[in-house]
Design a protein around this ligand. Sequence first.
Ligand SMILES: Cc1cc2c(cc1C)N(C[C@H](O)[C@H](O)[C@H](O)COP(=O)(O)O)c1[nH]c(=O)[nH]c(=O)c1N2
Length: 235
Amino acid sequence: MSVATSETFTAESPILPAGPFEPAEREAVYRAIHSRRDVRSQFTPRPIDEATLRRLLMAAHHAPSVGLSQPWNFIVIRSDEVKARAHAAFARASAEACAMFPEAQRPLYSALKLEGILQAPVNLCVTCDHSRGGPVVLGRTHQPEMDLFSTVCAVQNLWLAARAEGIGVGWVSIFHREDLRDILGLPDHVSPVAWLCLGHVDELYAEPELQVRGWTRRLPLDDLIYHEGWGQNAG
Ligand SMILES: Cc1cc2c(cc1C)N(C[C@H](O)[C@H](O)[C@H](O)COP(=O)(O)O)c1[nH]c(=O)[nH]c(=O)c1N2
């Protein structure tokens, strides 16, 4: 691998104009953000074509990453056998999770649909390779978990791009990590970050499904904004 020095930089990289987007373009960005949903049950069986999937993965691959380390890999899963193993791992973990909630909440938990593994034409595991970029990565030296955070940025890029493509994405995290390692054959230096279910959708909930079903609600933004220090709320 070549070692970067201050002389490597030639300052000939093209520059882009950086003003605000045109109103319609800006509106489209906010529309994707506000109408993106976590999808569990609305997947249609329509396959995702390779070109569309590639655009989504390219969007993910353009996420910011600590020291430009790009720690992600994308494991594309279409086989019924791998999906079935993941679904079985989910079912085991979800039964355990259900038992951890207070008794009064368990019936509602059990009624929630919390994955679309078998319905979604594509499942995608986004992983983080902790060895990417070598042992010392710019920006990760004091906070090693920055590689995981970078990988999550890739997931969010994909999620928003998918919304623009009419493709729903559902993140499933009700798994023992070891089960995912085993199913996908991940080496020790690679962590599974996001198990995503992807498929075309014709309809989406206008609000988070967990809110629609009475599990919890979106918090008021103003309660979350502090000024100059923890807990210092303007109101
Ligand atoms: C890291 C992480 C992990 C999970 C989720 C999200 C994220 C960010 N979400 C989806 C989550 O419930 C959802 O994002 C919120 O309820 C908000 O809804 P919208 O995403 O706005 O539709 C999620 N949903 C689900 O049904 N099963 C799951 O295991 C998970 N896991």
